[in-house]
Design a protein. Structure first.
Length: 100
């Protein structure tokens, strides 16, 4: 794993159950706000998806985005954690987690 991927996974592991963050927020927290796509690529290579729960990262437009095990499973995991999804989108005002 690259240093960047390690940093991404460390941050994502801090997202609490029932909350989501965006690829853009992860990039911002890393000090590289334009690296949203690199964050997504790092998450796609997550070697421990059952321990580092990358399904909690969604798109900035509130759509759930992609997931290694499929969008349906990502949506189900989020709903099981208490995140409401309407029209394929998450209410970011209610469920958004920002890194301090």
């Amino acid at each position: 794993m690259s240093e960047f991927q390690t940093r991404v996974l460390e941050l994502v592991s801090k997202i609490p159950k029932g909350k989501v963050t965006t690829y853009k927020e992860v990039a911002r927290a890393l000090g590289s706000p334009r690296s949203c796509r690199a964050v997504g690529n790092a998450l796609a290579r997550n070697p421990h998806p059952l321990e580092i729960l990358c399904h909690r990262v969604v798109r900035s437009d509130a759509r759930i985005g992609g997931y290694r095990f499929g969008r349906r499973r990502k949506a189900k995991l989020l709903v099981d954690e208490g995140v409401e999804i309407k029209g394929g989108k998450v209410n970011l005002r209610e469920y958004m987690f920002k890194f301090s």
